[in-house]
Design a protein around this ligand. Structure first.
Ligand SMILES: [Mg+2]
Length: 274
């Protein structure tokens, strides 16, 4: 299958997962064929996600499940990036974690002592916050108290929502906003729009002409701009920006806007140079 002129001019692609490759586990139209065409043409591919619900290996299984070949080295999750940052800067400290089992593992594997479920939780030194659908009021209470007492607040993202088939669900940013509101302090972000995820992917792939494809201006396109990379915007997210917002000179500009990933890669959609 022939690649679009746009994609043919790059050596490698960094693909956002949620809202770009899939939505709630369902592939976007012809995404598996588009990715297969990229592999056939010898393009290197990395998958990145601000979603910390699963570990890298689980995303690999999900990719195989929709018919996309991938290995663990191809997937860069924000949980992995968080673990890297914690290991480098906060090894041996105590932590309270809001997040999935995968996020708890990342924090423990970084060498921090996780205090969840102990009386000392609100005295921890670091609050690590990722997306989860098992949030309790007590999580918010302990996290806000710890941050108010001086703990660092590190979150995987500020994404307000994440795409689900029946509409946007509250994302990590919504949980972070609750802790920030209750503690009166602002957290730091590891995921997009910060460039770390993309830089980790580049580290693995090597320096070459790289195109980032994602569904969010405020995350994917912004992170690409900060990493010095071109980005294409796809409109398959649950919250696609209006043309007005895309063309706003104050927002980072995608090099192309397309209906979906397959249209970017195969050039059979509204794929125009911006
Ligand atoms: Mg996305």
């Amino acid at each position: 299958m022939a690649l679009s002129r746009l994609v043919a001019s790059y050596d490698q692609l960094i693909l956002d997962l949620d809202g770009c490759v899939w939505i709630g586990g369902e592939p976007t139209p012809r995404a598996p064929e588009a990715i297969a065409a990229l592999r056939e043409a010898g393009k290197r591919i990395a998958f990145v996600t601000n979603n910390s619900r699963l570990g890298g290996e689980e995303y690999v299984r999900e990719l195989w499940g929709i018919g996309v070949q991938a290995s663990a080295g191809d997937v860069v999750t924000v949980g992995g990036a968080m673990q890297h940052l914690l290991a480098e800067t906060r090894g041996g400290r105590t932590a309270f974690v809001i997040g999935t089992e995968a996020m708890h593992r990342h924090v423990a594997d970084a060498g921090l002592k996780v205090l969840n479920g102990t009386d000392l939780a609100s005295r921890c030194e670091v609050v690590v916050l990722g997306g989860t659908d098992a949030l309790t009021f007590d999580d918010l209470r302990v996290a806000a108290l710890a941050v108010r007492r001086g703990a660092d607040l590190l979150a995987t993202s500020r994404d307000p929502t994440f795409p689900q088939p029946d509409g946007p669900a509250p994302g990590t940013g919504a949980i972070l906003a609750a802790v920030e509101t209750a503690s009166g302090r602002t957290g730091a972000i590891v995921g997009k729009p910060e460039p770390q995820l993309l830089l980790t992917a580049l580290d693995r792939m090597g320096e070459a002409r790289t195109l980032v494809v994602g569904d969010r201006l405020d995350a994917d396109v912004a992170a690409a701009a900060r990493a010095g990379l071109d980005a294409a915007l796809v409109l398959t997210g649950t919250d696609p920006p209006s043309r007005e917002v895309i063309e706003d000179p104050d927002t980072p500009t995608p090099i192309a806007v397309a209906e979906n990933l397959a249209a970017v890669v195969l050039g059979d959609g509204d794929n125009r140079a911006a």
